[in-house]
Ligand binder design. Structure first.
Ligand code: SER
Length: 316
């Protein structure tokens, strides 16, 4: 039986991934870790949770050895907008953190899952039906760390035979834990504000199309990829995975099917708009579908229905 370490496990994806991994493999076989201490009120899995700073290589090695870890889901990272505010810290966490994880994985023979992102693309990338293998010249520190991370993971696979696998995640929509400073965060905030105020001021322009995905699809994608037959994987780091593509007007229209008086206006943030404009409108994820059977389940209206239902329970 594998013993799994999740880094960044109090974050938006990590918190729900840890819960799903506990359900699938048993809480005794999962260790959550985060730079923050878990608080009693955190809605997370009932497995062991340790404090771990991924920029501290010795700390990672100690936990991996003590706990006899065989698989690492490495989610600790800064998101795009936060990274643009502090590029030096983003490099340190996103690159040095990943390097530390890969080195421990090499020494201890662990498999590693690393999320890449739509942020690994840039202005010169084809924006529609963005191919799996294409131009990647991002102009954000987040994107630079994601491209470098993809290359580093592929390098560790080829050079040291570390079982590295990754996904280019789009914006992830969920109701349990908030995202931490991404460009796609509007697609989460809008549901909170629809419930709380029945209005939302959007920081991206109408007509800004981006790939998005509902959390259960994102979790299944990570687990399915890590369980996939390695013989079938032509690619590794990282697979395009797409589920939804919409602009602010379309998500607002989906919300109005449940809250007809919902009102949206715009106050565009030039930094996040610039980032969004450099990212794909929608990716071609046929490599993921062919190589390990990727198939998302949620469309926009189903996401809206679930988000509004769960947030009503949480907020009202
Ligand atoms: N959700 C991420 C961000 O906006 C995209 O990878 O930064």
């Amino acid at each position: 039986m594998n013993k799994i370490l999740v880094t960044g496990s109090l974050g938006q994806i990590g918190s729900e991934l840890a819960t799903a991994l506990c359900k699938r493999y048993g809480a005794n076989n999962v260790i959550m870790s985060d730079i923050r201490e878990k608080r009693r009120e955190d809605e997370t899995a009932e497995c062991k949770c340790v404090v771990l700073d991924v920029t501290n290589a010795k700390q990672i090695a100690r936990i991996v050895h003590e706990e006899k870890i065989t698989v690492i889901y490495h989610l600790a990272a800064l998101l795009s907008a936060t990274a643009e505010n502090n590029p030096q810290l983003a490099w340190d966490i996103n690159i040095n953190g990943l390097y530390n994880i890969l080195e421990v994985a090499r020494e201890s023979n662990c498999a590693v899952f690393t999320p890449s992102s739509i942020g690994a693309f840039g202005l010169s990338t084809p924006h529609d039906n963005t191919p799996q293998d294409t131009i990647q010249r991002p102009n954000t520190m987040y994107g630079v760390t994601k491209v470098a991370g993809e290359l580093l993971c592929d390098y560790y696979h080829k050079r040291f035979n570390v079982d590295t696998r990754g996904l280019r995640y789009p914006g992830i929509i969920s109701y349990k834990t908030l995202p931490g400073g991404g460009t796609t965060d509007y697609a989460v905030e809008i549901y909170y504000e629809a419930i709380k105020q029945k209005k939302y001021t959007c920081f991206l322009k109408a007509g800004t199309y981006l790939d998005m995905m509902y959390m259960p699809d994102a979790i299944n994608a990570a687990i399915d990829l890590m369980e996939a037959d390695p013989a079938k994987l032509v690619h590794r780091n990282a697979f395009n995975v797409s589920a939804l593509s919409f602009d602010p007007e379309e998500i607002a229209a989906s919300i109005r099917k449940h809250i007809p008086e919902f009102f949206m206006d715009y106050n565009v943030d030039p930094i996040r708009q610039g980032i969004a404009d450099s990212w794909p409108n929608f990716m071609d994820d046929s490599a993921a579908r062919e190589e390990w059977g990727w198939k998302p389940e949620y469309n926009l209206d189903r996401v809206t229905e679930e988000m509004l239902k769960h947030l009503k329970e949480k907020l009202l």
